[in-house]
Write a protein that binds this ligand. Structure first.
Ligand code: SF4
Ligand code: ZN
Length: 732
């Protein structure tokens, strides 16, 4: 390893540890060592320190002990004369740096200095990244829609170059974190000056103005190993192996480096994350710690992103329709405000719908896009609003009517991924906007067809042979065809409603999360969707047709062993194989015995409340306390990692309103507490289910966070409300 880098990493670490120590001494003198501390919404204390050492920092005094651990990793500077490889020393120092930076950030939180607000622009940086974000992104990480993460540190030579680099990362669907500066300038400031929309929606997240803030994405990424990998705190080797093999992160360091950047970089190299610099740095090529090179350089800003991708070994497949605007999931979260809007459709302003329809092979022409309407071009040029029908005709030897809904649901993503085009809703309650900018780039109604034709082919390769898209813009046409579409929506709903676990022979597995949680298998039946909420039985069926060797495999149910708890021979056999022997048997309809495993990206958690003889349900993102005495983040920490945890289970939120929800334990009537958010969003379907169970006013008898956040209050409420769970047979 280069002596220059080693020296910088070693002395940089020492300086940061001293800085942390001074800050800590002052803070303890001021507030007392027993002052508690926690970062917002995490169950993992100071996550880097916790993952690497197993030490749970809960107070200022604990920070002092943790800093002691950092000190043990420090080394003296390399001697002037003697050559030695230094790598171990530099890496140790890098880890000490990460510990020190984590403590510095914690102390900054204690003093109300985080997240930072930029004094010039008023922009508020993200600060610490929560567990919720890690879980929210879970599916995108495993299904390939988000192939990796970049930490961009410093400032580009000019504003336009900053925009270009970040746009390229966006188009490659990479999540980008920004931190650090060069002489007061930074990529964050450069993007702000250029009016680029920042935030989670656009996948560009400025975490803080200094290099030290890079600890946020680092201590966030190590949580993947704790949350999804189920690796134990303190097992640093396992964590480092996990991040190297499964977390595809890298750093782009723009502009000159100082000791802090080098030593933070050394910390990141421990985790397998390489750095690519745009300055003349000494490179480190012997591989081993990272998959390929550890430090490399690329002066050409047109090539630097590509270089980083090669060095980190990322595989990126992007399908881009031939349209005049940028395209990719990173543009999905973009909003189009009224003043930026050129034209809109639907949203109760004009009649509008989208419809996928199965046709015979000879009835349609592949790739044909037509826009039908009197003078539609002139009307479009005027802007404002217009009626719209998007009719997507599909033919394919393996096409089935059941797939229409699956394909139609992707229309939302297809359209939203175009920069400057926005889509909401579905079927005949959709709503679209086209921005002035997109119009200026040459986006027309034909492109709505082009996008859907290209992406439908790309996403559904082996079930779709031909796609033809027709766009109607005259109100009479739209209204007339909408009637047909509505008939078809209704038929689909009826068919779906009739799909029950008993009526099919095959369930499906989802193994996507195994790339993060190797023993986790979602078993998806018609009445139970995957716990991330993103895949139901029909989705899996379609996915299997598309890719027979992919992450969704059919499971022959086999013989029914236990009707009440939902146990089948075929599922047990399959699980043993698919989980590598970690899961031997599964009960689909109970939480009490061999329930489904949880990976980490569950939408909600069900947990028993023994005192109330029932269960509670809390959704991801709820930050308040629950009556079992744990917040979502803590609960989630005990449930994930691909294990079975009787009494606790991650679920997709729509499972709550399934007839099979805890059917073996007494079903929906077991719910004694549920967040307001869940109550409100599920109300209609919930009331219907409750009525079927003979308890039409059940929802009013279920407590939420405004009624009780501890079990005592909860019991009081349940008793006075006469909740049925109190009368049901004991859960155990
Ligand atoms: Fe992961 Fe299950 Fe969702 Fe598949 S269905 S992505 S395995 S949580
Ligand atoms: Zn998952």
């Amino acid at each position: 390893m280069s002596k220059v880098i080693a020296t910088a990493a070693i002395s940089g670490a020492r300086a940061l540890v001293i800085q942390a120590e001074e800050m800590l001494e002052k803070t303890i003198a001021e507030k007392g060592g027993s002052t508690p501390f926690e970062f917002p919404d995490t169950a993992y204390y100071l996550p880097m320190i916790y993952a690497m050492t197993g030490f749970a920092v809960k107070t200022l005094s604990d920070m002092k002990a943790a800093l002691g651990l950092a000190k043990e990793l420090l080394h003296p500077d390399p001697e002037a004369e003697v050559w030695k490889p230094y790598l171990g020393e530099a890496l140790d120092s890098g880890m000490a740096t990460l510990f020190a930076e984590e403590i510095i950030m914690a102390l900054r939180y204690v003093h109300g200095l985080e997240p930072v607000t930029d004094p010039e622009t008023g922009y508020v940086y993200n600060g610490f990244i929560t567990d919720t974000v890690q879980r929210n992104l879970g599916i995108q990480l495993v299904d390939g829609t988000m192939p990796g993460f970049a930490a961009v540190i410093g400032a580009a030579p000019d504003d336009d170059t900053a925009v270009k680099i970040v746009r390229e990362l966006q188009e490659k669907n990479i999540l980008t974190f920004l931190s650090g500066q060069v002489h007061g300038n930074s990529v964050t400031k450069q993007l702000l000056r250029k009016g680029v929309e920042l935030g989670w929606e656009t996948r560009i997240v400025p975490v803080g103005p200094d290099t030290e803030h890079t600890i946020y994405p680092l201590n966030w990424s190590v949580r993947a190993s704790l949350i999804f990998g189920g690796k134990k705190p303190g097992n640093y080797r396992e964590h480092l192996r996990y991040t190297k093999d499964r977390v595809f992160a890298f750093a782009l360091v723009l502009g000159e480096l100082d000791d802090t950047k080098w030593t933070t970089g050394a910390g990141a190299i421990n985790m397998g994350y390489p750095a690519i610099c745009d300055t003349d740095v000494p490179v480190i090529h012997p591989t081993g710690v990272c998959i390929y090179e550890e430090v490399d350089k690329e002066f050409d800003h047109d090539r630097i992103v590509q270089k980083a991708i090669e060095v980190r070994g990322l595989k990126i497949i992007t399908e881009k329709p031939p349209i005049p605007v940028a395209y990719g999931p990173a543009f999905e979260g973009e909003r189009i405000r009224k003043e930026d809007m050129f034209m809109e459709f639907g949203g109760a302003r004009t009649p509008s719908f989208e419809w996928v329809r199965t046709r015979e092979m000879e009835e349609i022409e592949d790739g044909k896009i037509s826009v039908v309407g009197n003078n539609w071009q002139e009307k479009y040029e005027q802007g404002g609003k217009m009626p719209l029908a998007i009719v997507i005709d599909i033919a394919g030897r393996k096409m089935q009517k059941d797939f229409e809904g699956v394909i139609e649901r992707k229309v939302h993503h297809n359209i939203n991924e175009a920069q400057g085009v926005w889509h909401m809703g579905q079927r005949d309650i959709n709503w679209l906007r086209i921005s002035h900018n997109a119009k200026k780039e040459g986006f027309t109604l034909e492109h709505l067809g082009v996008i859907n034709a290209t992406m439908t082919h790309a996403r559904f390769k082996s079930i779709v042979d031909k796609v033809q898209v027709t766009i109607y813009t005259d109100e009479e046409d739209v209204l007339r065809i909408q009637e047909e579409a509505r008939k078809s929506y209704k038929e689909r709903d009826q068919r779906l409603g009739g799909l029950v676990d008993e009526s099919v022979d095959l369930f499906y597995s989802c193994l996507l999360c195994q790339s993060f949680a190797p023993s986790h298998v979602c078993v998806i039946s018609p009445e139970r969707l995957g716990l991330c909420g993103a895949y139901n039985w029909l989705d899996c069926k379609a996915a299997f047709e598309i890719d027979p060797t992919g992450g969704n495999q059919p499971i022959a149910k086999g013989d029914l062993i236990d009707a009440r708890f939902g146990r089948y021979t075929g599922i047990d056999d399959y699980l043993v194989k698919a989980s590598g022997g970690k899961v031997e048997t599964l009960n689909l309809y109970t939480i009490m015995e061999n329930p489904m495993t949880s990976c980490g990206c569950f939408e909600s958690i069900v947990a028993i409340v023994p005192e109330a003889n029932g269960v509670m349900v809390v959704q991801r993102g709820h930050t308040g306390m629950t009556p079992v005495g744990m917040k979502f983040s803590t609960l989630a920490g005990t449930v994930g990692g691909g294990t079975q945890n009787p009494g606790f289970m991650g679920i997709g939120r729509n499972f709550i309103i399934s007839k099979k929800f805890l059917a073996g334990d007494g079903g929906i009537k077991r719910i004694v507490w549920m967040t307001k958010n869940l109550k409100e969003s599920l109300k209609e379907a919930f009331d219907k289910r409750a009525a079927e169970e003979g308890a039409p006013d059940l929802l009013d008898k279920i407590a939420d966070e405004t009624i009780a956040e501890d079990s005592e209050k909860l019991l009081e409420f349940l008793t006075s409300a006469g909740h049925p769970a109190l009368e049901m047979e004991p859960m155990f």
